[in-house]
Write a protein that binds this ligand. Structure first.
Ligand code: PGA
Length: 249
């Protein structure tokens, strides 16, 4: 049995004050909830507020990105050891918005994955096709390529904590959710590629999250798919009631 992981991706929302408000309301709602792992990924600037607010709870704090160098003249960037130093335990890598707007490539995802692993962070690597690729029947190829390149020269031993998120770009922030069956099929492709890269035993244990318009109304149907090991939630994670309802699907 793979323990499900429900992660909030807050994107560019919430100041430190708004973060404290969220946790004040959210933590009592999920108090004692042990069935799933819960992770909240605020902006860099609100990580400290989130770590302090979540102390003593079972909620872990993650970052939304990381740079792969360990230090140096890289204006505006944050490295993995800095994230660890402020109490971050997880990091999202290769989100489709970073691929679309900020030049993220399969190769930079690979570099970021390696640096996150070296620092002891739990990486949540995002993969997923855009609408044109799905329409052209390329979903299988795209997912396999993204995984293959992301995992390049990463050993199964090092990748032991790896989490993958399947996020079809056409379902993100659009209100269009992949059907549970469609998501499960994509997860099976990702698991097959992970087996090729890391071995079947690793692939059997790998947690693959679904992301793309997850809401309280569809969480239960998605989570009941055997292939879906959790969710990466954007918009619906900003409200404490709505995110708690998803966690408790
Ligand atoms: P959404 O975003 O839930 O708002 O569609 C998901 C994500 O981008 O992680």
């Amino acid at each position: 049995m793979r323990k499900k992981l429900i992660a909030a991706n807050w994107k560019m929302y919430k100041t430190p004050d708004q973060t404290r408000d969220f946790f004040r309301d959210f933590l009592p709602l999920v108090h004692g909830h042990e069935r799933d792992e819960i992770v909240v990924c605020p902006t860099y600037l609100a990580i400290d507020a989130a770590v302090t607010a979540a102390k003593g709870s079972t909620v872990a704090i993650g970052a939304q990105d990381v740079y792969w160098q360990t230090e140096g003249a890289f204006t505006g960037e944050i490295c993995a050891s800095m994230l660890v130093a402020v109490g971050t335990t997880h990091v999202i890598i290769g989100h489709s918005e970073r691929r679309q707007y900020f030049g993220e490539t399969d190769d930079t995802v690979n570099l970021k994955l390696k640096s996150a692993i070296e620092a002891g962070l739990i990486p949540i690597v995002c993969v997923g096709e855009v609408a044109e690729e799905r329409d052209a029947g390329l979903t299988d190829d795209v997912l396999r390529r993204q995984c293959l390149r992301a995992f390049h020269k990463v050993s199964a031993k090092k990748a032991v904590n790896l989490v993958v998120a399947y996020e079809p770009a056409w379902a993100i922030g659009t209100g269009k959710t992949a059907t549970p069956q469609l998501a499960a099929d994509a997860h099976a492709i990702i698991r097959a590629q992970s087996a090729d890269s890391f071995g079947q035993d690793f692939a059997d244990k790998l947690r693959i999250l679904y992301g793309g318009s997850v809401k309280p109304e569809n969480a239960q149907t998605l989570m009941s798919e055997i292939e879906i090991d959790g969710a990466l939630v954007g918009g619906a994670s900003l409200d404490p009631n709505s995110f708690a309802a998803i966690v408790k699907y």
